[in-house]
Design a binder for this molecule. Structure first.
Ligand code: SF4
Length: 211
């Protein structure tokens, strides 16, 4: 039924199968407040222009003081200073017959050492090593690059000016393939889309569940 699973689809299904049903099967669109995402969106757009070599001096002058501070933290980040290979890049791979993929923020490198960057203006995931975004992008880039010295996923925590680095290896590769196969199989076979009432706080579909 689905041609490809994005990390967000997998995360929503894990949070609540019913929410997944509303969003991706019934196609119920619920407007969300964009305010919390505005700062993150601007920084991502600016980072993309910057890595592509676009002159961003005019855009920089339009940033608020808070945005300038965040942007400066990213510019000073040692991973962001490495050579850019890709920015805002769409990639996918097949895991046990299921396509998984999405758009990552950037890939940078030091010769044959590669790093997937994810800029966070809010919180980084609670379990970053097994976040679907981490698993999908590392597996997809591993398949794309084929030959490299090392491959890592770096969450750049701009709020706390810290990096969280996950180094990819064969053990993680097997575990990621196992976990992604399990959830894609579960979604594909699901017909009930059960409610998970532990996750209703701030859920934009709460109105539909209470009807
Ligand atoms: S309100 Fe709760 S049960 Fe309903 S979709 Fe949202 S998270 Fe799931």
């Amino acid at each position: 039924m689905f041609t490809s699973f994005s990390p967000n689809m997998l995360k929503i299904y894990q949070t609540c199968p019913k929410k997944f049903y509303y969003k991706y099967i019934a196609g119920v669109n619920v407007p969300q407040s964009s305010r919390p995402f505005e700062k993150g969106k601007k920084i991502h757009a600016l980072a993309n222009y910057f890595l592509q070599g676009v002159n961003i001096s005019r855009i920089e002058t339009a940033l608020t003081d808070e945005e300038k501070e965040v942007w400066q933290k990213l510019l000073n980040n040692n991973y962001f200073k490495k050579d850019a290979l890709k920015s805002e890049y769409q990639l996918s791979c097949k895991v046990a017959g299921f396509w998984v993929g999405g758009r990552l923020d950037a890939v940078v490198h030091d010769y044959e050492d590669y790093y997937i960057l994810d800029y966070k203006t809010g919180a980084i995931p609670q379990n970053p090593q097994y976040d679907y975004q981490t698993m999908v992008y590392l597996l997809a880039l591993d398949k794309m690059l084929k030959n490299y010295n090392s491959l890592s996923f770096v969450y750049i925590d701009l709020k706390n000016d810290k990096n969280h680095v996950i180094k990819f290896d064969d053990e993680l590769k097997n575990e990621y393939e196992k976990r992604l196969t399990a959830i894609c199989t579960e979604i594909t076979n699901d017909t009930l889309y059960k409610l998970n009432c532990d996750s209703c706080k701030r859920c934009e579909y709460a109105k539909y569940c209470s009807d």
